[in-house]
Structure formats: structure tokens, C-alpha cells
Write a protein that binds this ligand. Structure first.
Ligand SMILES: *[C@@H]1O[C@H](CO)[C@@H](O)[C@H](O)[C@H]1NC(C)=O
Ligand SMILES: *[C@@H]1O[C@H](CO)[C@@H](O)[C@H](O)[C@H]1NC(C)=O
Ligand SMILES: *[C@@H]1O[C@H](CO)[C@@H](O)[C@H](O)[C@H]1NC(C)=O
Ligand SMILES: *[C@@H]1O[C@H](CO)[C@@H](O)[C@H](O)[C@H]1NC(C)=O
Ligand SMILES: *[C@@H]1O[C@H](CO)[C@@H](O)[C@H](O)[C@H]1NC(C)=O
Ligand SMILES: *[C@@H]1O[C@H](CO)[C@@H](O)[C@H](O)[C@H]1NC(C)=O
Ligand SMILES: *[C@@H]1O[C@H](CO)[C@@H](O)[C@H](O)[C@H]1NC(C)=O
Ligand SMILES: *[C@@H]1O[C@H](CO)[C@@H](O)[C@H](O)[C@H]1NC(C)=O
Length: 816
């Protein structure tokens, strides 16, 4: 009975949601919703998921109807929040405006606030994501559109510009934090002064990014617009208005442009196959370029996550906001300065200075008269409002106010050494007073006993306590520094070997909380501890769903180990090549190809320093429980130094994945990874090693075969026979074409990983690739195949003799 009743109720709700308008007789409240005619967008009451401080608050919002994780595109922000949507209603008021009423208090919380010529109006949710208030009898009279009042999202078809008569502009403003849609500090808008450039500003005052002026085709500082292929866009600039507008060339693609709570603008696309939003463009390029992101006395760092931290002697003012990625509250001083503490200052010591080298100096410095660093220091100490000073070739500068826009480990414009003023007690390491000495003497014996007890206690508890402490730190995104003895313990003295690669052997381990890990012992690293830590921290902050996550490291004496998350399905090599009874399905293979390309794309284009993997092959693509691919071993080539030839000689297992430029001596770019990726893609298609396609004793090189079959239009013969022809033909064609483009001899004709992703996603069409020249050679003279298949042995025997290797290469190309 009860389930039946529930179904009836559900049916009624669903019937109600089929409506797309609110008119004077159909107000709505509670869980009611209206849905656009093509079911693309929904309007209703919405409560942000993460609300800690303001949980249980509801907002009128518009979101995508068909995206599982509720993604809002517009919210009506009000000063008074709705805590119970059943007591609030959205209705047409007697003046024709759409209003949000608090019925309990009979109070108006929000209104479209326009003057209408008739009070007979209605509000309709459109498939463009816009809520429109129109005349009920003549819907072509539009009074108000939500798309003209964007919040944090700029949708296709929306204008972002300036009405030159009213001087009213559309501004894109982020949420205050991840749980609060009220306006944050940042904004994107067209220059109100009338030039044709967009600015991202902090607090409507300081611009930290500009698009550059419109040059007739693109915004001058956004050159990537020229390689646009997914959007139509237009910039209108005349006497009455100027605005930018964009739309999707393919209507079925869901794309949105947002300004993030952390002050970056981003363009994202929904990828249904992986059920996630993929960000493919962001400005400013790095997070720390966002002005004052970390608030007063906070410092931004690109090598640690979260980006913001308080500087020494300070701590978060509002921890709950920081947890929601709103750092604007900044930090507060832990111990007041001597001059601030109005106690009898005889007891307190004068303030001291803490040296912060290599930082981006804060804003709003004032110059002070001083001819030496010491005088500069004295000048700062004299004035209680002085928080820091610096002395450089331009002289002495002091900071009388809050310190904002600091960045750690900085090397750009405005780098310097900051001397931060702190209470003396913050900088004391050993405070020896008479009392303490007497205390030590008197308590000597007792202390020894206590210490002994503590030592015993620690010996007893050591492992457990350490590890639980450290593991809890992982969640925060920082790397764990393991002790060698601990790793020895969790890997049962390195007994379970998972594999060996170019950089060392990998062992399985299990942390005390039973998290499985993979521990890599690095061979032949002759790097200093400091440099190692720096590199490791870069690898640690390089995080993406398609990259294996680094959890920690160990650096003790000459021992260098890396600790990664464990991948239950092992490597692609194990899963793909014959031997494994059940062949990977085509869908899984395609998923692996796409995910790998995304991971590589992240390495090449999305992180701070471009990381070239240098060793892309099935052995380095690991698979998680659900066969999501994760690229492993990235960043290690760099760890071994820029000496790539050394990397080459150590790549013993690498057969047939190396791009020709490795041996021709030209500089290695990300396109070398693209080549290897292409080779791997062929193997995903055929299910066999590229060099293992021999028939009747005649060796055949699969890519050669594939290139010619592609031209003949006969692709199914290329497919792994274990699949019995069960593959999506469109995907198969795309994969073959991409693979063939990837292995072109000339780097510049190979696609970028970004383009590969787009091609595989189906957003970019791709022409028929030419047969690579070196392949044509290979096809004709079978003995040259050794060039690929026996590369590893020639590499190892020739060690680093580059003359010999390049001769090999010229001999190869000489045959053409
Ligand atoms: C309001 O909409 C409902 C259903 O969409 C309709 O039945 C009703 O006639 C409309 N009322 C007015 C005043 O237009
Ligand atoms: C519209 O205005 C008229 C008078 O101007 C008023 O009588 C009527 O009730 C109003 N209609 C609504 C739906 O509020
Ligand atoms: C409504 O608009 C008028 C001007 O058109 C403005 O003065 C008023 O403050 C607005 N009211 C609200 C609640 O936004
Ligand atoms: C500018 O705003 C005024 C007043 O709202 C409006 O009448 C006019 O149509 C707007 N101009 C443009 C080009 O949208
Ligand atoms: C606009 O012009 C004013 C006055 O010339 C100037 O102070 C302001 O900085 C300009 N704003 C921008 C964003 O360029
Ligand atoms: C400005 O451009 C808009 C959009 O193209 C157009 O509707 C409007 O008439 C133009 N105004 C003038 C004065 O050219
Ligand atoms: C301290 O510095 C501030 C800002 O530069 C200045 O306004 C104030 O007069 C100074 N006070 C003294 C006592 O010099
Ligand atoms: C010295 O520091 C001040 C304050 O940040 C800065 O404005 C100035 O450019 C620096 N001068 C040099 C030469 O770095």
C-alpha cells in the first residue's frame, strides 16, 4: 500500500515538473520545479551540498536537468536566506514582477524588479538556461532574462558586456565559497571605461588579468582563440552597447564558462562517458596569479596543496571558510607585537624579524629613509604599524599595513627578501632563564627517569602512532615523508615485487590502515636531498584522475623511494597482451586510450611546468579497480636530470615506442610522448605488440599494416581477433587515424595531446593521415624492422655513444 501511494505521489510530482512556466495562477514552492521544454534546465529551490556554517539554506537556482551532480548555472541571491522552502514561494506579484516571498512573514526576499506595462506576466525557463519574464499574452515582450544577470556562470548565448546608455554591465562573480552562492571578491567584466578588453578584478579595484583588446578576430592576449573549433563567437562594439557572445557549433555539447571561488575563469565541458566536467581552459594560468587569493598574511604556493598557507607567526582567521576554499579572510597574528601588547613592557623583549627569502613581495610598500639594511630595520621597529621591511637596490621599504599578495618560492617580477616582524617569543628556540637552570638541576634525576619512561613508551608504541599520524595527513594533500624502516616493515622487507622499470623496482606494501601501496626503489639517483624533495613535491602536486597519485617518499642517506597508490588491475601490458584469458572489451580499450591521453595532456599543458613523460608504454599505464587508466612514472625522467641519453640507456624494456627524434639528437618535446602514445594505441587496437605481427616467418610491423588498411578503408581486420569484431566502427576509425597521425616522422604534424583528447571525444574531426615516411621504408625492407624491435638491445650495447646511434638513424632514413 505504502509503495503504491509513494509511486502515485511521485507520478504527481513528475506531472507537475512537466511545466515550464510560472504564471499568476501557478506559483511554486517546496520541492516543486519547472523544467525547460527540451528538458535541458530545471528551476527550483536548491541547497548547496557543502554548507557547513550555512547549511539548510535554500536558493532559487537553475541547474542542468541531465547532469547527475547538480550543477547550477544561476542563483538568485538574497540577503535573507530561506531555511524552509515550503514556507517560501516564487510567484508573479501584483505589479507583474517575479518575486520570492517568505509566506510566513509575508515578506518579499527577491524580485526581478523591472517596470512592466501590464501585470499579466509569466516566467518561463528556456532550453538556453535562461529564466525569462514575458508578457503573458504576448511572449515576445521580454521584461527580464536571468541570462542578462549572470552569477558565476556565463552560458552560451548570454551576453557579457556593457549597455552604453545605462552604463550597466554584466559581471561574472564567483560564489563566496564552495557552499555559499553569495558574491565573492572577484569579478570578470568588460572594461567599464569603454576599451574592448575584459578584466578580472579583485574587490572591483585591482585587475590581475586582462584579455587584451579585441583585434577584430580575437582578444590579443588570448591567442588560443584562433585554434578554436568548438565555438562560434562574436564581439559587438557600437554606440549603444558592446558585448561578447558565444555559442556551441555542436548543440549537443554541454559547455559552460565560470569564474571559480579561487578567482580563475574556466571553460568546462561535460563528458558523459566519464561523467565529469573537464576543464580545458583557465586564466590566469596559475592559481597564485590571482590577486590576494590567500588574504592578509596568507601566502600562495604553487608547490603545495592547498595553495594558501599562513605565514610564520600567523594562523587562519576563519578556518571554516578556508576549508571551503575561501581564503579571503586571511590570517591573524598568534602573539601580539611588543608595542601592541600594552602590558608593562619591561618584561617583554623587543620584536624580532623573520627572514623570508625568494618571495613575491607584498603590495602597498612605502619607501622609508635608510641607507643600510640595519637602519631600515630600525625604521620599521620604531613604528608600531610597521609589519615588515625589505632593503634592496632601490632602498628601504616598509609595510605599515596588512601584507597581501605574498607568494612563496617565487622567481618572477617583484621577488625579494621580506623581513617579517614577529614577537620575540615566536622566534625563540631556547629560552634559558635562571629559573629554568635551577629547575633542571633540581628535577634532574626525576627528568632522567621520566625520559627513560617516555623512551620505553615510544619504543613500544612507535610504529602504530607514527603511522596513524602520518596517514591522517595524506587526506590533506601533503606528501608523507616515510622512514626507510617503516617502508621496510610495510613491504615485508621488499618481498612482494610488482615489477621493475627503467627507474627501479616496485614492491607491494600495506599501510597499518590496510591501504595498499606500491613502493618504488629508485636506482642510480645521485641527487642532493633538497633537489630530490623539490622534484618530489612537484610530482606530488601533479594530480589528475588519470595520473597515479604519489602519496609520499623516503629520502634517507643514499636511499630514495617513492610511495604510490596501489593499482589493483596492474599495468595495461599485463591486461592487454595475450596470456590474459579475458580480452579487454573495446569500450574499455577506448576508455583507456582516452584517459591516458587526458593524463598526458595534463602533464603537457595543464600543470605549471610542462612534464614530458619520456617513457609512454603499456607497462606504464596502470589500471584501477574499474579499469580507469592512470599514467605512472611521470616526472621521473626529470628526477634523473636533464640527461635524457641516460634515460634512454636505462629504458631496457622499451621496444618500439621511441620517437625518431630520440635518436636523431634534436631536442625532445612533448611530441615524443605523442609518438609513443600512437604506438601504444595501435597495440590497444590489435591486442598485440606492434612488432609481433609476423606471418609465415615474414615479420610485419603493425603500424605499417594499419596505415595501409586505413587507406583501403578495411579496419576490422586490424582489430584484436579476440574481440570478434565487436567494436564501435566510428571509434575504431578515430583511434586508427589518431594513432597514424601520432607516429608521423615530423613532430609538427603530430597532434597535441589536447587534440588527441578532442578527436577521441568526437569533438574534432580528423583527416586521413599520410603513411609516415619511415613506415614506408619499413614496409619495403623487412630487415629495417629491427630498427624498432631491437632498439633496446642496440641502445644498451651502444651505451651513450650518440654518434653510433645517429648513424643507425641516417642509415634508416637513407633508404627512403
Ligand atoms: C497558468 O498556467 C496554467 C498551466 O500552465 C494554465 O492552466 C493557466 O490557465 C494559466 N493561467 C493564466 C492566468 O494564464
Ligand atoms: C493587475 O492589476 C489590476 C489593477 O491594476 C488588479 O486589479 C489585478 O488584481 C492585478 N492582477 C494581479 C494578478 O495581481
Ligand atoms: C529596484 O530598482 C530600482 C531602480 O530601478 C532601485 O532603486 C531599487 O533599489 C531596486 N530594488 C531592489 C530590491 O533591488
Ligand atoms: C540599455 O538599457 C536601457 C534601459 O534598460 C534599454 O532601454 C536599452 O535597450 C539597453 N540597450 C541595449 C543595447 O540593450
Ligand atoms: C578607468 O578610468 C579611470 C579614470 O580615467 C581610471 O582611474 C581607472 O583606473 C580606469 N579603469 C580601468 C579598469 O582601466
Ligand atoms: C549595435 O549592435 C546591435 C547588435 O548587433 C544592434 O542590434 C544595434 O542596432 C547596434 N546599434 C547601433 C547604434 O549600431
Ligand atoms: C607610522 O607609519 C604610519 C604609516 O606610514 C604613519 O601614518 C604614522 O604616522 C607612523 N607613526 C609614527 C609614530 O611615525
Ligand atoms: C625593492 O622592493 C620594493 C618593494 O617591494 C619594490 O617596489 C622594488 O621594485 C624593489 N626594487 C628592486 C630593484 O627589486
Amino acid at each position: 500500500m505504502a509503495p503504491f501511494f509513494f509511486l502515485l505521489l511521485l507520478g504527481q510530482i513528475l506531472l507537475c515538473t512537466a511545466v515550464d512556466t510560472i504564471n499568476s495562477t501557478t506559483p511554486f514552492s517546496g520541492t516543486q520545479r519547472i523544467v525547460s521544454r527540451g528538458s535541458k534546465f530545471t528551476l527550483g529551490f536548491y541547497s548547496p551540498p557543502l554548507g557547513s556554517s550555512i547549511s539548510g539554506s535554500y536558493y532559487i537556482a537553475i541547474w542542468y536537468s541531465n547532469i547527475p551532480q547538480v550543477t547550477t548555472v544561476w542563483t538568485a541571491t538574497t540577503d535573507v536566506l530561506v531555511s524552509d522552502p515550503t514556507t517560501a514561494s516564487l510567484r508573479i506579484a501584483s505589479d507583474g514582477n517575479l518575486v520570492l516571498l517568505d509566506q510566513a512573514k509575508n515578506r518579499q526576499l527577491w524580485s526581478t524588479n523591472v517596470s512592466t506595462i501590464s501585470n499579466s506576466t509569466m516566467a518561463t525557463i528556456k532550453d538556453t538556461g535562461s529564466l525569462e519574464l514575458t508578457d503573458a499574452s504576448n511572449p515576445s515582450i521580454v521584461y527580464w532574462r536571468s541570462i542578462d544577470h549572470p552569477t558565476n556562470t556565463w552560458l552560451p548565448g548570454g551576453k557579457l558586456g556593457l549597455n552604453k546608455t545605462t552604463r550597466v554591465s554584466q559581471r561574472l562573480v564567483p560564489w563566496k565559497n564552495n557552499a555559499d552562492p553569495s558574491p565573492g571578491l572577484f569579478s570578470l567584466e568588460l572594461d567599464p571605461n569603454g576599451t574592448t578588453q575584459y578584466f578580472i578584478q579583485w574587490d572591483e579595484s585591482i585587475s590581475y588579468w586582462t584579455s587584451g583588446p579585441w583585434n577584430g578576430n580575437i582578444f590579443s592576449l588570448v591567442p588560443e582563440m584562433t585554434s578554436n573549433f568548438r565555438y562560434n563567437f562574436q564581439f559587438i562594439n557600437n554606440d549603444t552597447e558592446s558585448y561578447f557572445i558565444y555559442s556551441m557549433k555542436d548543440d549537443s555539447v554541454i559547455s559552460r564558462f565560470i569564474i571559480d571561488v579561487t578567482g580563475q575563469i574556466k571553460q568546462l565541458t561535460w563528458v558523459d562517458s566519464s561523467k565529469q566536467w573537464i576543464m580545458f581552459w583557465a586564466q590566469p594560468r596559475t592559481q597564485c596569479e590571482v590577486y590576494a587569493l590567500c588574504g592578509a598574511y596568507g601566502s600562495c604556493s604553487l608547490t603545495a596543496l592547498p595553495y594558501c598557507n599562513c605565514i610564520k607567526g600567523f594562523s587562519q582567521k576563519f578556518q571554516s571558510d578556508w576549508d571551503l576554499q575561501d581564503y579571503s579572510g586571511g590570517c591573524k597574528r598568534n602573539v601580539p607585537l611588543q608595542c601592541q601588547a600594552n602590558s608593562n613592557s619591561a618584561k617583554t623583549q623587543p620584536d624580532k624579524f623573520y627572514t623570508m627569502g625568494g618571495v613575491r613581495l607584498p603590495d602597498n610598500a612605502q619607501s622609508a629613509l635608510a641607507t643600510s639594511s640595519e637602519e631600515c630595520k630600525v625604521a620599521c621597529l620604531k613604528n608600531c604599524s610597521c609589519n615588515a621591511y625589505t632593503y634592496n637596490s632601490s632602498g628601504c621599504f616598509v609595510w605599515p599595513g596588512e601584507l597581501v599578495n605574498l607568494q612563496d618560492e617565487y622567481s618572477g617580477n617583484g621577488v625579494g627578501t621580506l623581513f617579517l616582524r614577529l614577537a620575540a617569543s615566536e622566534l625563540q628556540d631556547s629560552k634559558k632563564s635562571k629559573a629554568a637552570i635551577i629547575g633542571a638541576v633540581v628535577g634532574g634525576v626525576a627528568a632522567v627517569l621520566i625520559i627513560l619512561a617516555i623512551v620505553l613508551f615510544f619504543l613500544f608504541q612507535k610504529c602504530r602512532r607514527d603511522r596513524t599520524l602520518r596517514i591522517s595527513k595524506t587526506a590533506g594533500g601533503t606528501l608523507i615523508a616515510f622512514r626507510y624502516s617503516d617502508l621496510q616493515h610495510v613491504t615485508k622487507n621488499f618481498s612482494e615485487k610488482l615489477g621493475g622499470g627503467a627507474f627501479g623496482s616496485v614492491f607491494k606494501g600495506k599501510l597499518p590502515d590496510s591501504t595498499a601501496i606500491a613502493v618504488k626503489k629508485l636506482d642510480g639517483l645521485h641527487q642532493g636531498e633538497k633537489q630530490f624533495r623539490a622534484e618530489v613535491s612537484t610530482i606530488g602536486t601533479t594530480q589528475h584522475v588519470n595520473l597515479v597519485r604519489l602519496l609520499g617518499f623516503c629520502s634517507e642517506g643514499s636511499k630514495r623511494l617513492l610511495v604510490y597508490e596501489f593499482m589493483p588491475k596492474g599495468s595495461l601490458e599485463v591486461q592487454l597482451f595475450p596470456g590474459e584469458k579475458t580480452a579487454l572489451s573495446w569500450a574499455t580499450r577506448y576508455q583507456i586510450a582516452l584517459g591516458t591521453a587526458r593524463g598526458l595532456n595534463y602533464l603537457h599543458e595543464k600543470c605549471r611546468d610542462c612534464i614530458i613523460h619520456c617513457d609512454v608504454k603499456p607497462d606504464n599505464i596502470l589500471l584501477d579497480e574499474s579499469f580507469v587508466p592512470k599514467v605512472s612514472d611521470f616526472g621521473l625522467a626529470k628526477l634523473l636530470g636533464r640527461d635524457f641519453s641516460r634515460v634512454l640507456t636505462t629504458m631496457r624494456g622499451t621496444r618500439g615506442y621511441l620517437a625518431p627524434e630520440w635518436i636523431s639528437g634534436v631536442p625532445i618535446t612533448a611530441k615524443a610522448d605523442v609518438f609513443s602514445y600512437g604506438m601504444m594505441l595501435f597495440e590497444l587496437i590489435s591486442g598485440r605488440r606492434n612488432a609481433d605481427h609476423g606471418e609465415e616467418g615474414r615479420p610485419a610491423f603493425f603500424p605499417t599494416l594499419a596505415a595501409s588498411k586505413l587507406h583501403e578503408g578495411d579496419l576490422h581486420t586490424l582489430l584484436d581477433p579476440r574481440l570478434n569484431g565487436d567494436a564501435n566502427p566510428d571509434e575504431l576509425t578515430r583511434a586508427c587515424k589518431v594513432a597514424c597521425w601520432c607516429i608521423q616522422d615530423d613532430e609538427s604534424t603530430r597532434p597535441t595531446t589536447g587534440q588527441i583528447v578532442q578527436i577521441l571525444e568526437g569533438f574534432l574531426d580528423v583527416n586521413m593521415p599520410p603513411v609516415p615516411r619511415s613506415l614506408r621504408v619499413l614496409g619495403e625492407s623487412p630487415d629495417v624492422i629491427n630498427f624498432f624491435s631491437d632498439l633496446s638491445s642496440s641502445q644498451t650495447s651502444q651505451t651513450q655513444n650518440s654518434t653510433t646511434t645517429s648513424q643507425t638513424h641516417s642509415a634508416t632514413s637513407g633508404g627512403s
